[in-house]
Design a protein around this ligand. Structure first.
Ligand code: ADP
Ligand code: ZN
Length: 815
């Protein structure tokens, strides 16, 4: 008997062993999918990990069926996925669940169909097999349960497998059955007429009677010579101003032939343009990166906003392609990168694939298959973090753009991985080079550069030597005191907006929403309406006149009077982008104002439309949230205004200063990318804060110096590693008990490295109480041993009956 260890996409650490008959040995390989019985009635799809002949200590069940003819996951992927499971302390099944497009794992009803044979082969079939094949001749596909009915027995897997082995039928998941690649027809000159001389002979022959045919032929010849791209019949006829009949005549004569190509849903059909010539500074950076790659795997390109990092990446991509290597280009949020994709497509055309979690299943599977088959169109893949799970075979370069972005981290579900870090590991496994890029690198990455672990290359000037934007602060305390405020706007900011608009420039207004949406408060008793499920105040949403919870979605109609004291003295505290939009419309009624935040970009293409209108200067003032900070490239922004910087800086998190510096720097970077220096005006209650001072001087290095000292003094990354354990339960008492058990158990091996349990700012979400325990691992401690210890404690915890309902989440390197 032979055995196979199968990974099931579930949060259980071990793999599961099944048996299978000897006869299938040639049909089974690591990385293929199989369906297996699981539990009493269920069928699960799993991934074959290992085939062997060691009988486990328990009775095994037999696998149901093999879904693939070739592995869907290659060995390199498995290796990376095991690293993820190990490092982020989750099951390999959870990684599989995240890594594979969900369609690959559907426990769908499997279909079988008869294979189309070139010629009828003589195959020996058993009676039962014959019955199945006969049924398949009448009906193109059968479900497993229908086969069960035909044979009047429960277990039909063997018969199906045998037919598979005899190559008579194929097994397909329904998803694949439906997946029909789009095919498109093109025309070309028949081989015999491809040379000029043979064509000339033909043309002469045609000239007398068939002038139109002659023209079509000539055009086809020219098009073929000019472009390597396939030629669509429509295009050819249009160019020759000829009718279908003319082409048909040529086809009949065998002079022109038709052929089909599979068309990608996401195909690029514009013309590609040559790579821009690099500026001197870019050229130097590019050389320095290559130099650094000679010695180190990872290099950071630290280039100020608008320094032209993208063009440098493009050059590096070009080099990797020349060596026949694959390139992975990771971005924090693919939805916000339409401009970038456009730029890359211009250079690389159809060699670029976009992998997008919002794309349809079909489109994602297409990219997967293209990579699996090593197709040219999947030489470069751009995508968010999930694009790293694709079946690369030959990566040469990984670019992680905006490497500092927190959204590279997956919060839920497990694996809670950091896309940047996991990409670095992936790159090293492929012996590829990894290029990180940012205008405001993360403290961790910069630290790795200064300690020599990563290479560091800088671009300190903007492209075209446009000066960096000029940042000024407006003291809100003074402005209120001197009565120079109109609503949320200081007179100075209003004047600047007016000036900029007067010059025909566009204006961006930034209001961070995080923790700062308008909350309603009673001015008599001070009470704010709270969510019933979470421990947070509800926030006011203007356009529906609703109070909503940002954690669970709970909502009620806006109140007229205070729930606590009954007085009609409710007032707004704080403000969001909606308020800003409303106010600014009042002050500048003659200008076109647009808001960009999660509410206005929810619909498909809404985001692209705003960008497009902005590029074409159909918007004068754009009001928005963080979204504005993400790599937008507009050339006519005269002014960026930040309504209030303080709430960012006062966020209770050790990364608050780093984050606000990054965010404000990125927002400011939208100003003046064209030819002229841009202005940035930031309203704040305290302009003297150190973060704001270093921001003003665009002094990243000073920010880093301040921050790294704090991190060292207080024991935060990069000087320690953090693991955060979150416990959750509906019952507060039980949650507390569980947390104190857990923390106490942790203190045995880890003593003072354990902090907490400490209740977070929001202590209840969706009716679940939660608390955090933090583990700090000094850099000289063994991470592996620490994790082993923690895992042991965790397993012990899970075996305690009283704590069964408590959910525990382990987050390695939390953000
Ligand atoms: P970053 O990513 O560093 O913020 P970008 O790559 O977006 O900067 O470049 C800023 C602007 O300068 C873009 O509009 C880009 O087209 C232009 N640019 C950069 N490098 C070149 C170059 N070598 N030739 C022409 N234009 C360039
Ligand atoms: Zn809520």
């Amino acid at each position: 008997m032979l055995y196979v260890d199968v990974i099931l996409p579930i949060p259980i650490k071990n793999t599961f062993t099944y048996n299978f008959p000897q006869s299938l040995i040639d049909n089974l390989d690591a990385g293929m999918r199989v369906t297996v019985p699981f539990g009493k009635t269920k069928i699960q799809t799993g991934i074959v990990l290992h085939i062997h002949d060691e009988k486990p200590a328990y009775d095994t069940k037999e696998i149901d069926q093999i879904l693939d003819e070739v592995p869907v996951i290659n060995k390199r992927q498995l290796r990376h996925w095991f690293w993820l499971a190990d490092y982020y302390m989750c099951s390999i099944g959870e990684v599989v669940r995240t890594g594979l497009p969900s369609a690959f794992l559907l426990e769908s009803e499997t279909l079988i169909s008869k294979k189309q044979q070139e010629e009828e082969k003589e195959v020996d079939l058993t009676d039962e097999e014959y019955l199945i094949v006969e049924a398949l001749e009448r009906q193109s596909a059968l479900r497993i349960q229908e086969v069960q009915a035909i044979l009047e027995k429960q277990n039909v897997v063997k018969q199906i497998q045998s037919l598979l082995a005899k190559d008579v039928i194929s097994v397909e998941e329904e998803v694949f059955e439906q997946y029909v690649p789009k095919r498109k027809t093109f025309v070309r000159l028949a081989k015999a007429y491809e040379t000029e001389s043979s064509l000339n002979a033909l043309l002469e022959e045609l000239s007398a009677r068939a002038n139109k045919q002659r023209e079509v032929l000539l055009n086809l010849f020219m098009l073929q010579a000019q472009t390597k791209k396939p030629i669509a019949p429509k295009k050819l006829l249009k160019k020759s101003d000829a009718s279908d009949g003319v082409l048909r005549a040529l086809l009949d004569k065998g002079v022109v032939e038709r052929y089909e190509l599979q068309e990608d849903r996401n195909i690029f059909d514009g013309e590609t343009i040559a790579i821009s010539e690099l500026s001197e500074a870019q050229e130097e950076a590019y050389k320095a990166i290559n130099q650094s790659f000679q010695e180190k795997d990872v290099c950071l390109l630290h280039g100020v906003t608008s320094s032209g990092k993208t063009e440098v990446y493009i050059q590096c991509i070009e080099d990797a392609l020349k060596q026949d290597k694959q390139v992975l280009y990771l971005v924090p949020e693919i939805a916000l990168t339409t401009q970038l994709i456009g730029r890359l497509q211009k250079h690389f055309g159809h060699q670029l694939s976009v992998y997008h979690s919002r794309y349809s299943v079909h489109e994602r599977i297409e990219v997967w298959h293209n990579l699996q088959e090593g197709k040219e169109k999947a030489q470069i893949v751009i995508g968010a973090r999930s694009a790293m799970f694709l079946p690369y075979s030959n990566l040469g370069l990984i670019i992680v753009d905006e490497e500092h972005e927190a959204s590279f981290k997956q919060q839920n579900p497990a694996p809670r991985y950091n896309g940047r870090d996991a990409a670095i590991v992936l790159g090293i496994q492929h012996k590829a080079k990894i290029l990180l890029g940012s205008a405001t690198p993360s403290i961790e990455t910069y630290h790795n550069c200064l300690t020599g672990k990563y290479g560091l290359v800088e671009l300190t000037q903007r492209f075209g030597n446009v000066p960096m934007p000029k940042i000024r602060y407006i003291n809100l305390k003074e402005a209120y005191h001197k009565k120079q405020m109109t609503g949320r706007f200081s007179q100075e900011l209003l004047d600047a907006i007016k000036h900029s608009l007067g010059q025909g420039e566009q204006v961006i207004l930034f209001q961070n929403r995080r923790g700062f949406s308008p909350v309603v408060e009673c001015t008599t008793c001070g009470v704010s309406p709270q969510c019933t499920n979470c421990d947070v105040s509800l926030t006011y949403h203007e356009y529906r006149k609703q109070l909503r919870c940002h954690y669970c979605g709970y909502s009620i109609a806006m109140l007229i009077s205070c729930m606590a004291c009954g007085k009609e003295t409710l007032d707004y505290k704080g403000f969001g982008t909606q308020q800003i939009e409303k106010e600014i419309t009042k002050y500048f009624p003659d200008y076109r104002i647009q808001r960009m935040d999660q509410d206005t970009t929810r619909r498909k293409h809404a985001y692209e439309k705003i960008i497009e209108r902005m590029v074409h200067r159909k918007i004068d003032i754009l009001v928005g949230t963080q979204m504005l900070a993400k790599g937008l490239d507009f050339s006519n922004i005269g002014l960026v205004g930040v309504l209030q910087a303080d709430n960012l800086l006062n966020f209770p998190d050790f990364r608050a200063h780093e984050r606000s510096f990054q965010l404000l720097q990125q927002v400011a970077g939208r100003a003046g990318r064209g030819l002229k220096q841009g202005d940035v005006l930031i309203q704040t209650y305290d302009p003297s804060q150190t973060t704001l001072q270093v921001l003003k001087d665009n002094d990243y290095k000073q920010m880093y110096a301040n921050e790294i000292e704090q991190r060292k003094d207080f024991g935060y990354p990069p000087f320690v590693k953090l693991i955060r354990i979150t416990l959750r339960d509906r019952n507060y008492q039980k949650m507390r008990q569980a947390a104190s058990w857990y923390a106490q158990a942790m203190r045995v091996p880890f003593s003072t490295q354990v902090l907490g349990p400490e209740d977070p700012a929001v202590g209840r979400i969706r009716n679940q109480y939660l608390t955090h325990i933090m583990l700090k691992i000094p850099s000289h401690h063994s991470i592996k041993q620490t994790k082993d210890n923690l895992q042991r404690i965790h397993n012990q915890f899970e075996s305690i009956r009283g704590f069964r309902s408590v959910r525990v989440v382990i987050d390695v390197d939390p953000i």
